[in-house]
Structures are given as C-alpha cells and as structure tokens.
Design a binder for this molecule. Structure first.
Ligand code: ATP
Ligand code: MG
Ligand code: MG
Ligand code: MG
Length: 563
C-alpha cells in the first residue's frame, strides 16, 4: 500500500477534547475521527487495527468451536418486552419508532435476539451445547461518552452466547471461554488480568472481567500480590456486604439514627443537594413493605435491579448530579441526616452535604468511621478504600491486598436461565422431559481494546503498536522517491513483502524527511526501513525498530530477509 492511496492524514496538535493518551494519539495518527459525541469514523489506518483484533478473536473463537453469525442492530421492542428488559434497561437504550409507529431499539447487547434465533431451531438435548458469536456495532446511550473509542456510544463488540442442557456443561464452556480470552489478550500483546466481577443486575451469577492494566483505566482492581485473588471494587464491595451479613442489623444501633425512619426518595434526593447539569443513577433498596433501606449511587450505573440478601431493590431513579463535588466513598446508612432506619451502606461518587461519617473499613465487629465534613476534601476517600479493607476476607491466602487501575476490555458471564426462562425456551432432555437451557455470554470490546493497547504502548513520539495488531508490519520510508534506484528498491521490497503476506506501507510522499520520520513514529508501525539515495550509493538502507528506537544499517541484500 502506498501512503497516497492509504488516506492517512495526521495532526500535529492534540485535539482539545481528548483527555487520555489513546484518544489523543489515535486522532492525531489519523486512525479515527469524531462524528458526534461517542460516535466515530474508523479511518483506514485505524480500521486495519480493528480488523486485526477481529481476526485474532475469530481465530480463537472458531478454534474453541464457536460459530459466527450476524444479528441486526435494529431490534423490535417485542423481544425486549418478552425478556422484561424493555422496561428495565433505562436510558442507555436508544429507542426508535418506524413509520408505522412500531417500537425498536438499537441493540446494546443481543441476548434477546440470540435466544429467539436458537429457540426456533433447538428442540432437543442432542442439539446442545452450542456457542454462537458475532462481531457487530452496538449502541448504548452512555451518560458520559468519552476517551474516544474507550467509551463510545456506538462501538464494536464481539458478543458470544452459549446454550447448555446442564450447569456442569455451562461451567465447562465458561472455563473454556476464560481460557480463550486469556489466549486472545495474550496474542494482542497486552498486560491484562482476569478479575472476579460483580454480577450486578443479574444477581448471584458468576462473572469475570478482563482488564488491561493502565493508570488511565476507569475501573479499580483489588488484587493480592501473593495469590491469584483479583476482583473489581464492586465485587470486593459485594463480598464485603455478604460478609457484613447478619451484622448489618447489629450495626444499625438506634442511637446512630438521629432522624425519623422512613424518608421518601424525593426527600433523600433533595437532601443530596444536587445541581441540574448532570444525571446520576441511583439504586433504591426497599424492603417488601416498601420502606427504604438505602441508596446506591454511581455515575455510570446501568443496573436496574440488585438483589441484596432479603432486601428487594425496587427501582432506580435519575437525579441531577453535582460533578464538581465528585468523590467516591462509602457513606454508612446510619449517618444521621439521611435518617435511614436501618444501616445499609450508601456507595457514593458524589459528595453529600453535611455528611458526618464515611466508612473506610469494616468487619464483623463494626465499622471504622472517619469524621468528615463534605465541604472539606474527601478526595482521599476512594470507593476502593473500604473495599480493600474488607476484601481481605475473600483473598485465599490472607495476603496484603493492593490495587491498580484497569480498562474493562472483556467480560464472561454465566447468565444461567434468565433469558431462556423469561423467553420461554425449552428443549427435550434424554428422558423426554421439557427443560430450560442454561446460558453463558462472553463479550469483548473491539474498539476499546485498540484504545487500551495504545494506553500500554506509546512514548513521547507516538504509538508503538504491538506486532500482532499493528496496522502494517513495515513502513518503507523513501526519502528520495524521484531517484530511480531508490524507487526501484522501494518497489522491489514492497512487492516482495506483499507476496510473502507481510503488510507494508510505503511513504513516498513529496515531504521533507523530518515530516516522514515524525509521522512514522506517530502512527507506530513496528518496523521502519528508510531508503535514501546517499546511503543507497553505499549499498545500504537503514532499519529502525519503533519500540527500541535503535537504528541499524543493513546491506540491500539483507534487508528483505531482515523483516
Ligand atoms: P462498562 O463497565 O465499561 O460500562 P460494561 O460492563 O457495560 O462496560 P459489557 O456489557 O460487559 O460492558 O460489554 C462487553 C464489553 O464491551 C466490555 O467489556 C467493554 O470492553 C465493551 N464496552 C462496553 N461499553 C462500551 C462503550 N461504551 N464503549 C466501548 N466499549 C464498550
Ligand atoms: Mg456499561
Ligand atoms: Mg462493566
Ligand atoms: Mg462488563
């Protein structure tokens, strides 16, 4: 491929809206461009990275016996009504109507569609297990689309769905998929970690997230350096809730409650003192008699129902959100002003007016509270602070836990019978009885993985692509494209490598060498071959390894074999 045909336009300056390195560099390298908030073009150079990621995913999925299909982006509401998610999913779901007023959504995930496909054909245990996947564009109307491909609204996902006659069989495929994900992210050349995750909306099920480790990651991971324990903070917090167990009620000492029992949701939200320019989702825990237990608030929450022991989580509501005061911390339910009648932690990533205590750790004997005044600095309190203090019961070896930041690039999930049962799918067992299949689902964010790769692979000059997903393997920089010998060698090398299946990009633009070198480092192709007439007179070309930055002279006979 020649640069003039490759549609690559680089930028010298960082785009003003870009906050993190991958967003800046992918825009500057001409890999993506913004169309609208959270909606991007994949330009030729960026698309090549996406295609490489997809190729590796396909190879590993097919090797594990999964079959590729493609489902529609536009999904009729009727399927989502069957599963019950039409009413539960919230505002991340983009709903549209056709000319006849029929309702549809732009699929944010495809459990409903895949169950509908499979239930039409699969009737017997003999058809199970099966695993199908697609690579497709999803749409989620994220509250805060940001960081380029990292948190888009339209984004490419690989989503796989498996169906089984038994939980034992599901467990086997679940473990296989975890292994497949480990293979995939290893082949990408990324530093990653599988972590236990909180099943949130679905409740009680097993799930793991795969995180690429990076300081810019939106998620916090708690891990043990001594053993293999690793969990995201939500999971660590959930483990802590479970651990609190019976002591929850014990901790709710009446003397801690300064105000009368029940508060209405309106009163609680009014209490939170909220500015109008943002929204935050809020989970409201209620008992069966409708009394309020507590609220769970997080800026990016997408869950609509959480089961917490015998408490019923009723609903979430959206509230305006004062971003300026944003902190993450745990506010115990017994804090006076909220007047909750029983203790339940409030996870906050906002600040609360007049907050009196924040829990920073706790165990069966009680909680450690710190006196805080919200108008003072709460930024030292992170959501993970308390989780870390408590997860030490979950860690197998009792080691001292540590934390780091991660980017969630994939997730595997035991869905069990949630969708097959709500959508009435059944099969005949070997004994001739009707049963409901059990399901797993397995997602990978394709675009987010490309961005995460940049977060781990860059230097002051630009991107340093890992070999397996680099847009091209070799960049041939011709410094004197008009010189006949230079042009001849450039063409010979280009053709030789193309014939061998090595992707090569030729920069034979009429530009100064400095411009070409800068662009070369910015777009991050792993191997650079520089051909100039001066060195060619001596029978030499120059080789530069983008990662090591080392330059080396090569004889022209050796260069073709060097790559
Ligand atoms: P997050 O917690 O970051 O919002 P999620 O848990 O909602 O992600 P999943 O439903 O698990 O996402 O989707 C599978 C994968 O799709 C994620 O692991 C992630 O890699 C990717 N993904 C999810 N949301 C986005 C997004 N808005 N932009 C880009 N990729 C995304
Ligand atoms: Mg999400
Ligand atoms: Mg997540
Ligand atoms: Mg997820």
């Amino acid at each position: 491929m020649y640069w003039k045909n490759a549609f690559i336009y680089t930028l010298r300056e960082d785009p003003s809206e870009a906050e993190i390195i991958s967003h800046k560099l992918m825009i500057r390298a001409g890999m993506i461009s913004k169309v609208s908030s959270g909606i991007y073009n994949y330009l030729p150079l960026g698309l090549r990275v996406i295609r490489n990621i997809e190729r590796i995913i396909r190879e590993e999925m097919e090797a594990a016996g999964a079959a590729e299909l493609l489902m529609p982006a536009v999904v009729p509401a009727s399927l989502w009504q069957e599963s019950g998610r039409w009413d539960l999913y919230g505002r991340e779901l983009l709903r549209v109507k056709d000319r006849k007023d029929n309702e549809f959504c732009i699929g944010p995930t495809h459990e409903e569609v895949v169950v509908d496909i499979v239930r039409r054909s699969v009737k017997s245990y003999k058809d199970l297990p099966l695993n199908v996947y697609q690579i497709q564009s999803k749409f989620r109307d994220e509250i805060r689309p940001r960081f380029g491909l990292m948190r888009g609204r339209e984004f490419i996902m690989k989503d796989a769905y498996s169906f089984h006659a038994s939980d034992v069989c599901l467990e086997k495929t679940y473990q296989l998929m975890k292994q497949v994900y480990t293979n995939i992210f290893s082949r990408f050349g990324l530093d990653f970690r599988p972590v236990e995750a909180d099943s949130g909306a679905i409740g009680g099920d097993v799930t793991h997230e795969f995180h690429v480790l990076a300081d810019s990651g939106e998620d916090k991971i708690i891990f043990c350096p001594e053993c293999d324990y690793a969990a995201n903070v939500e999971k660590a917090a959930a483990q802590r809730d479970t651990h609190f167990g019976a002591s929850l009620e014990e901790i709710a000492q009446p003397e801690h409650v300064e105000t009368p029992n029940k508060k209405t949701i309106d009163e609680v939200s009014e209490y939170l003192g909220i500015a109008p320019h943002m929204t935050v989702k809020m989970l409201v825990y209620k008992r069966e008699d409708d009394s309020l237990v507590g609220v769970l608030i997080r800026g990016d929450l997408t869950l609509n129902e959480v089961k917490l022991k015998n408490h019923i989580c009723a609903e979430y509501i959206e509230l305006p959100y004062d971003e300026e005061l944003s902190v993450a911390g745990l506010v115990p339910g017994y804090m006076g002003p909220l007047g909750l009648d029983h203790t339940l932690p409030i996870f906050a990533d906002y600040s609360v007016k007049n907050m009196e205590h924040a829990v920073v750790g706790g165990n069966k004997e009680g909680v450690h509270t710190r006196n805080v005044s919200p108008r003072r600095d709460l930024s030292h309190l992170e959501y993970g602070d308390f989780a870390m203090a408590d997860a030490g019961d979950s860690c197998r070896c009792g080691g001292t836990l540590d934390s780091c930041r991660g980017i969630e690039v994939g997730q595997v999930f035991k869905l069990q019978k949630k969708y097959t049962s709500s959508m009435g799918m059944s099969f005949l067992t070997a004994e001739g009885k009707a049963d409901t299949p059990t399901m797993g689902c397995y997602g990978i964010g394709v675009g987010r993985t490309a961005a995460a790769a940049v977060e781990q692979n860059f230097d002051s000059d630009g991107i340093v692509w890992p070999e397996e997903i680099a847009p091209y393997a070799v960049l041939l920089i011709s410094l004197d494209p008009k010189d006949a010998e230079v042009a001849q060698l450039t063409k010979t090398l280009h053709d030789t490598w193309e014939n061998r299946g090595i992707d090569v990009l030729v920069d034979d633009r009429k530009e100064r060498p400095g411009v070409k070198f800068k662009d070369a480092d910015l777009i991050g192709i792993p191997h650079q071959i520089i051909i100039g007439k001066k060195s060619l007179k001596k029978g030499q070309v120059e080789y530069k390894n983008r990662r090591k930055k080392e330059k080396q002279s090569l004889g022209i006979d050796a260069v073709a074999e060097h790559i």
